[in-house]
Design a protein around this ligand. Structure first.
Ligand code: NAD
Length: 481
């Protein structure tokens, strides 16, 4: 059985810790590798390698750094299909989705290739008599990146290409549940010419994360995961003076107005909720049909959900794969139990789902509740599975009030053919990522990614222009000659 290794100072190294966890194919339950639970000592070894590489990498001209990423982009294109298959095997999502994930990761690398332009400073000539002023953006040192299981390729690529393009060095702690495909990408980065020590990987769980938060030689932390852990990481990392950005969980509302194009709204809501088996921070969770939109969207959503074909994501005919683990399957089922106990109407029940020949897989079928009150757990908590609520509201105002009751603020969407209603919604939503006739309000790499309220801890978001600010400091020079 393959034991995943850490990547430190340009080479694969065994973790010092003896403890390991299994990595399983969620469609079968089969163990495909083991991942080490590295210690604080292993984290320190990676940080020291990153620290040692920093002066050389900082001195490397920005276009030369970008060229390494440009070569990586070419290698990712070349290996895209193999990476997508590997990713489906360790994560479970269907192959069309993993192809999409790899593509989104490639787009991040492409954007990072523009860093020599993106990190340009500002200048003002004659800011005072005979005096000129300018800003230079400089890298800061060693950054850490801690990522979740649901996009194990794309999310690391939201961060480390930008951190290294700006001249920093990185220690990444990927999710312990599906670390294999990103390992392959680290190999490709080395093949692209990324020098030893610039990118380091340490595998593990809580002990590693805590060691990262406390490490005195790490200058900043980019984290993505549940809000519970995001909160802890943000507080612990900033307590030792680090920069931190921590992206957390979500409970996203999809609001359908009576004037919506119902075919488009149905397709968008359906794939938002059930795509990636609901394991997306941008997944729709509650659909609110306003006025006459409610009966139609309700009936059509129930029909469409009932026809979803579960199975191995490597089969092109599969609509929806398993959830990540037996523990997570049981957690999602427990939410459904609780929703029923709390009095929500269960109109489609996925608890008993199985797939013939893949009885060891972690299956939860499409599940739909109706009239989900905001004070019960399925109305407030992030379920992170293929479980939707369909609610009704008399007006757009009522629907927005329902949405605002949530403590999360990651994404939301409206479906309408009225520009006025869409504009009003955008203006008042108070949520960072807003879709208009789009079910998964995912910003492209050139825009910032991150939520508000309990979905985000920090100020500078991932990607877009924020990423340049997060990974650099501005030196302001004022000069007279
Ligand atoms: P998680 O919070 O369990 O784990 C995230 C990372 O933190 C992992 O690397 C994990 O090893 C580590 N970790 C877990 N428990 C820890 C603890 N007690 N102390 C320190 N570190 C710990 O999240 P997950 O289950 O891997 O991913 C799903 C979550 O991520 C969902 O809540 C989802 O909404 C969120 N997410 C958010 C975004 C976003 O952009 N806001 C994107 C993707 C996923």
């Amino acid at each position: 059985m393959e034991v995943v290794r850490n990547f430190v100072g340009g080479g694969w190294r065994d973790a010092s810790a003896a403890a390991t966890l299994p990595v399983r194919n969620p469609a079968s339950g089969e163990e495909i590798a083991r991942v080490p639970l590295s210690s604080a000592h292993d984290v320190d070894a990676a940080v020291q390698a990153a620290k040692a590489a920093f002066p050389m990498w900082r001195d490397t001209p920005a276009p030369v750094r970008a060229r390494v990423l440009f070569r990586l982009k070419g290698l990712l294109d070349e290996h895209k299909e193999a990476l997508a298959r590997m990713l489906t095997t360790e994560h479970g999502k269907v192959i069309a989705e993993t192809r999409g994930e790899i593509q989104r990761g490639i787009e991040s690398v492409e954007h990072a290739c523009a860093m020599p332009t993106l990190m340009m400073g500002d200048t003002v000539e004659q800011v005072a008599t005979g005096v000129d002023s300018a800003t230079w953006r400089q890298p800061l040192g060693v950054f850490a990146v801690i990522t979740p299981y649901n996009f194990p390729v794309m999310i690391p690529l939201w961060f480390w290409p930008f951190a290294v393009a700006t001249g920093n060095t990185v220690v990444i702690k990927p999710s312990e549940q599906d670390p294999l495909t990103h390992q392959r990408i680290v190999d490709l980065a080395a093949e692209a010419g990324l020098p030893a020590g610039v990118l380091n990987v340490v595998h593990g769980g809580r002990e590693c994360v805590e060691a990262i938060c406390d490490h005195p030689d790490i200058v900043g932390v980019s984290f993505v995961g549940s809000s519970r852990v995001a909160d802890v990481v943000y507080k612990r990392a900033t307590a030792t003076g680090k920069r931190a950005q921590a992206l957390g969980g979500a409970k996203n509302y999809l609001i359908v107005l009576p004037d919506a194009d119902m075919d488009l709204a149905l397709e968008a809501c359906h794939s938002s909720i059930f795509g990636s088996t609901g394991q997306r921070c941008l997944a729709g969770s509650i659909v609110v049909g306003v006025g006459d939109a409610h009966p139609e969207i309700r009936e059509r959503m129930l029909d469409a959900a009932a026809s979803i074909r579960l199975g191995d994501g490597l089969r092109e005919t599969t609509d929806m794969g398993p959830v990540i683990s037996a523990e997570h399957r049981d957690r999602v089922r427990a939410f459904i139990d609780q929703g029923e106990a709390d009095g929500a109407r269960l109109s489609l029940d996925g608890r008993g789902a199985t797939v013939p020949g893949l009885e060891g897989g972690y299956w939860v079928g499409p599940t739909i509740f109706e009239d989900v009150r905001p004070d019960i757990s399925i109305g407030t908590e992030e379920i992170f599975g293929p479980v939707a609520g369909i609610n009704r509201a008399a007006t757009l105002d009522d629907a927005v009030r329902m949405m605002h009751a949530s403590r999360y603020g990651n994404a939301c969407s409206i479906f309408t053919t009225s520009g006025k209603a869409a504009r009003e919604f955008r203006y008042r939503a108070g949520i960072s990522m807003i879709g208009v006739n789009i079910g998964v309000a995912a910003p492209m790499a050139i825009f910032p990614f991150g939520g508000s309220k309990g979905s985000f801890y920090g100020d500078l978001k991932a990607q877009g222009k924020d990423t340049v600010s997060f990974y650099t400091d501005q030196r302001v020079v004022i000069e007279r000659w």
